[in-house]
Design a protein around this ligand. Structure first.
Ligand code: SF4
Length: 65
C-alpha cells in the first residue's frame, strides 16, 4: 500500500488539484507516494515559510490562486 504525505490533507496543492487548478500529476508524483523530494515537504519540516503557490518542485506558479 502506498503511503500518503503527512501534510496531504492540509496542503494547498491538494486543494488546487481538487478544484481543477493544477494537474493531478503533482499529487500522483509527490503527495500520494510520500515523495520527500518535495520542496514544500522539506521546507515544512524545517519550519520555513513557503507560499501556497509554490509547487512540489519549488517552482512558483504565479497564476495560481
Ligand atoms: S505538496 Fe509536498 S508537502 Fe504538500 S502534500 Fe504534496 S508532497 Fe506533501
Amino acid at each position: 500500500m502506498k503511503k500518503i504525505c503527512k501534510w496531504y490533507y492540509c496542503c494547498p496543492i491538494k486543494f488546487y488539484v481538487d478544484r481543477g487548478k493544477l494537474d493531478k500529476k503533482w499529487v500522483e508524483n509527490y503527495c500520494l507516494v510520500d515523495n520527500h523530494d518535495c520542496i514544500r515537504y522539506q521546507m515544512e519540516e524545517k519550519g520555513q515559510y513557503h507560499p501556497d503557490n509554490m509547487l512540489p518542485d519549488g517552482t512558483i506558479k504565479e497564476d495560481l490562486d
